[in-house]
Design a binder for this molecule. Structure first.
Ligand code: ARG
Length: 461
């Protein structure tokens, strides 16, 4: 039998090449659960409205559940000539229960059906990504206690800048992922609106009850305007934007750890189960998971780009171009999910190379800014202090010593009022202790932040 969407208006069957070109079943079949859930809710609403009889509704529900079972067990025979998952399921229902099945599509169109299925899918996928992000935050927070004694150089311009407590670095990632989670939650509000019943683009003359369907599908409300509903894919764009910020954050982390795992940095040992080897160089233990996490970010960014370009030239309401939204949407969610699934165990399994970090920690004058601020506290204007410390750094470099190793005479030559207390802020550990501002790496603030995060993530302290 030809496709249910080919009415009596056609004078010929579709060209096979067109069938192949226009199908979406190859990628939209993963919406089958959402499609069936949506159809059952729709049938129940039609029944509540007296459009279907309760018996017809039962037949439809039973038929759809059998089809669901076949789809889940892989016994369902997919037919490309039926274009998409929506018509495959509808036709299978009609094949089973005949005319009652032909009533299911009453008061709806595939346009609102596709949009509803997609909204259900995106909602579920957002929740999954949010769970994984939370798991990654937990992995970082769980490291904080054990890594509290580790001080690492922090960099700007990839040059050693100031010393920080390692947990301060871990919590920096938690903040980024928290904003990602907030963005997802906000996006979810606009995703979680029901478009079913907006039909093709103008609504329907049949006495449906959209609020009934929305409630059955746990939507928070209705898409208000039927024309908007039929053409709207900004819920897809927005969810893709949320995924791009997650990906970019993951990429930052990946890049940082790739650097840290080099012999040049030597800060971290990645769990070997998460590394790969080289086919020719036997000594290599490569951070491929991190590299691919960084690399796959390009795909996610590309998906957002695809949706934006796809939509920019379309006039209002449904256009077939919109079918092309699904491959990039699915790919982006799959990619981010796959990266996140590996990120948390990687964070859990990594070991800090404390000795290597400590043996080079005094390099790079990480305490210079703390020393400058010590002078400021003694009344020296910032610009003067800045210049003075620059000169002391030059002197120490010439002598191949650290600032803490300079004799008091050198400090007094710069400023005669200086005394022994200067050594109290020198050396990296002292420098870290001296941080005073809220949000800084000072141990008191970092401890407070760890407690705050444990609370926020419901972890026992
Ligand atoms: N396969 C199409 C899609 O995924 C179904 C929508 C068809 N609507 C239409 N008016 N032809 O977008």
């Amino acid at each position: 039998m030809s496709s249910p969407s080919r009415s009596g208006a056609f004078d010929s069957a579709v060209d096979k090449r067109v069938e192949r070109f226009t199908e979406s079943i190859s990628f939209d079949q993963r919406l089958f659960r959402h499609d069936i859930t949506g159809s059952i809710a729709h049938a129940k609403m039609l029944t509540d409205q007296g459009i279907l009889t309760p018996q017809e509704c039962d037949e439809i529900e039973t038929g759809l559940n059998e089809i669901l079972h076949e789809l889940e067990s892989g016994t369902f025979v997919i037919r490309e000539e039926l274009e998409d998952i929506h018509m495959n399921i509808e036709q299978a229902l009609i094949d089973r229960i005949g005319d009652t099945g032909r009533k299911l599509h009453t008061g709806r169109s595939r346009n609102d059906q596709v949009s509803t299925d997609l909204r259900l899918w995106v909602r579920e996928s957002i929740d999954r990504v949010d769970d994984l992000l939370k798991g990654l935050q937990i992995a970082f927070v769980n490291r904080c206690h054990g890594d509290f004694d580790v001080v690492v150089p922090a960099y700007t311009h990839l040059q050693r800048a100031q010393p920080v407590l390692l947990p301060h670095v871990w919590l920096a990632y938690c903040e980024k992922f928290q904003r990602d989670r907030e963005r997802l939650a906000d996006c979810r509000k606009r995703v979680n609106l029901c478009s079913l019943g907006t039909a093709a683009l103008a609504g329907t003359t049949l006495p449906i009850d959209r609020a009934n369907t929305a409630k059955r599908l746990n939507f928070d409300g209705l898409v208000a305007n039927s024309i908007d509903s039929s053409s709207d894919r900004d819920f897809v764009m927005e969810s893709l934007f949320c995924l791009t910020t997650i990906s970019v954050h993951l990429s930052t982390w990946a890049e940082e750890w790739i650097l840290w795992a080099t012999s040049e940095f030597d800060f971290i040992e990645l769990p070997h189960a998460f590394c790969t080897g080289s086919s020719i160089m036997p000594q290599k233990i490569n951070p491929d998971v991190l590299e691919l996490t960084r690399g796959k970010t390009a795909r996610v960014i590309g998906s957002l780009q695809t949706l934006l370009v796809l939509s920019k030239g379309l006039p209002l309401a449904y256009n077939r171009d919109l079918q092309e939204d699904k491959p990039p949407l699915f790919d982006a969610f799959d990619t981010v999910t796959a990266c996140l699934e590996l990120a948390a165990p990687l964070v859990e399994g990594a070991k800090m190379k404390r000795d290597c970090i400590n043996s080079r920690l005094e390099r790079g004058f990480l305490d210079a800014t703390t020393l400058m601020e010590y002078l400021i506290k003694r009344g020296i204007p910032q610009r003067k202090a800045h210049h003075m410390i620059g000169e002391l750094v030059r002197l120490a470099t010439e002598k191949s010593v650290t600032l803490a190793e300079l004799p008091l005479e050198d400090f007094q030559a710069a400023d005669p009022t200086l005394d022994d207390s200067v050594y109290g802020v020198l050396g990296v550990k002292n420098a870290v202790e001296a941080f005073e501002s809220v949000g800084s790496t000072g141990p008191r603030f970092v401890s407070e932040q760890i407690s705050m995060w444990k609370n926020r993530l419901n972890l026992s302290s």
